[in-house]
Design a protein around this ligand. Structure first.
Ligand code: ADQ
Length: 465
């Protein structure tokens, strides 16, 4: 079997996978890397005065990681700049928050060149390369420029914006052009895939033939491949003593009240403001239910160097304070708002204790929290998932979740009351339908579908071009 080289912005060894600081991408790749020999390459998270391309190799949990340090300016322009001030907001449909600076674009392409130059000597002729996410759109083409003829795949973990939104990006055409350096490109949903093809076809003259998108003499296979969780591992995590303790503590502290839980990185795309407003609406409209429930919102801060993240953090502090100020009593606080990460086992216990999982992103590539919430439930007495129709996860979890428009406080409020009143048989039925999907389309299924397309069976493998 070919070795697999995974390249992503941040590298996280599998032994770290219980740390709350990780995003969904790291959690998923840790699971994927357990079965592959190869290397995981990326940025160390550290800075140096002068970029040297020195690689730091480490081995942990059966996985070799290779990381490089970047310069401060690289981090500012590539990571805090183009990736998180330009691409992230734009790809989450927030053109109002996106910033366009030539320095950001320049830094982004410089860092991708640096990654390509550094990783190139590690690549052997038979290796398959799998590049992850929006930090690295041009990396495949930077590797091709350095003579790399290997199979290279790319997976996008965030949405792909509609054609007319993407057109706002000054480098849109160049960016899409870079994607034709890949052999396979994966998206979470058909919707994101269609948006990508729309741009390539309508703006650049590409042609779609089956699952092959052709532009000039380049052809790339496109696929919708929704990421899943390690369902088995998560169900096991929810049965550990740590999870049981977290569950009991949560239930004890709830003193008979129903818990509504939200767990998200503190990000404006997650619809936290709208969630609080929807919950406030519920408190207003259902005074009889007020002291019967409370909302636990867990939101560890992320990307604190970026202004829009500082702003959403301040907004949420103000909003939770205002709502608690307006409704709290001596023996009850409507929102418990905490800003830290928790180990997965503890999180699993908290999910299980919650009558409602409230997941309301305004736009989300997939959203793994929705699936984790489902996986952690008690099959005999499961909770209800309330899910934004704008999360990629809605395409799969729509079979059992209450789908809502997160921009509508009324819909959130209606969904909360419906979930609280839902009879057990209906909760079980809905949960079973979602759980079947969480189990069948798990992270192993996701990875295999992608690597099958990328590496293929030896007989069907295409010659490198
Ligand atoms: P994220 O935007 O990070 O991922 P998500 O898919 O929900 O979003 O994953 C978050 C992960 O972090 C989950 O595994 C969750 O358990 C964990 N997490 C969040 N808060 C935590 C806390 N307080 N303590 C501990 N763990 C916490 C991006 C995309 C998503 C896509 C994933 C994977 O934005 O749309 O689903 O990548 O492709």
């Amino acid at each position: 079997m070919s070795r697999l080289i995974i390249i992503s912005n941040r590298v996280s060894a599998p032994t770290d996978s219980h740390s709350g600081a990780q995003g969904g991408l790291a959690v998923a790749l840790s699971a994927a890397l357990r079965e592959y020999k190869g290397i995981w390459f990326g940025w160390s998270g550290e800075t140096v005065d002068q970029f040297t391309g020195h690689i730091n190799f480490q081995r942990a949990g059966g996985v070799t990681t290779a990381t490089v340090d970047l310069e401060e300016q690289d981090v500012e322009e590539y990571y805090n700049g183009y990736a998180n001030r330009t691409l992230w907001p734009l790809f989450h449909y927030r053109i109002d928050l996106a910033e366009y600076e030539r320095d950001f674009a320049g830094g982004y392409s410089r860092v991708n060149d640096r990654f390509a130059a550094t990783v190139r000597p590690l690549i052997e002729p038979d290796d398959a390369i799998w590049i992850q996410d929006y930090h690295m759109f041009p990396l495949g083409s930077a590797l091709r420029e350095r003579g790399c003829q290997n199979r290279i795949g790319f997976f996008l973990h965030i949405p792909w914006p509609p054609r007319r939104l993407l057109a706002v990006l000054p480098e849109a055409a160049a960016l899409v052009g870079h994607l034709f350096a890949y052999d396979v490109i994966g998206f979470h949903t058909q919707e994101w895939l269609d948006s990508f093809c729309d741009y390539a076809i309508d703006e650049m003259g590409a042609v779609l033939d089956g699952d092959q998108l052709r532009l000039g003499d380049r052809s790339v296979q496109v696929m919708a491949n929704p990421i899943g969780i390690d369902a088995k591992e998560f169900a096991e995590a929810s049965r550990t003593p740590t999870a049981r303790l977290a569950y009991r503590r949560m239930r004890d502290s709830a003193v008979g009240r129903d818990l509504i839980v939200g767990v998200d990185r503190l990000d404006y795309s997650k619809g936290l403001e709208e969630r609080f407003l929807g919950y406030e609406r519920f408190l207003q409209e259902h005074p009889e239910e007020r002291k019967e429930v409370f909302l636990l919102q867990i939101a560890p801060p992320s990307r604190g160097a970026v202004g829009s993240y500082q702003k959403i953090r301040a907004t949420l502090e103000g909003l939770s304070g205002r709502i608690n100020g307006a409704y709290a009593d001596t023996d009850w606080v409507p929102i418990r708002y905490v800003n830290q990460g928790y180990p997965r086992e503890q999180l699993a216990g908290i999910y299980r204790a919650a009558k409602i999982g409230l997941v309301t992103p305004l736009r989300d590539g997939m959203n793994l929290v929705a699936k984790e919430y489902v996986a952690a439930q008690d099959p005999e007495d499961p909770g209800v998932l309330i899910l934004s129709r704008f999360a990629g996860a809605a395409a799969q979890m729509g079979v059992g979740a209450i789908l809502i428009n997160p921009y509508s406080a009324e819909e959130i409020s209606d969904a909360i009351i419906a979930a609280l009143k839902m009879p057990r048989f209906e909760r079980v039925e809905r949960w079973r339908a979602m759980m079947d999907n969480v189990e069948a389309e798990d992270v192993v299924w996701w990875r295999k579908r992608f690597t099958d397309a990328l590496i293929g069976e030896p007989a069907t493998r295409q010659p490198a071009d």
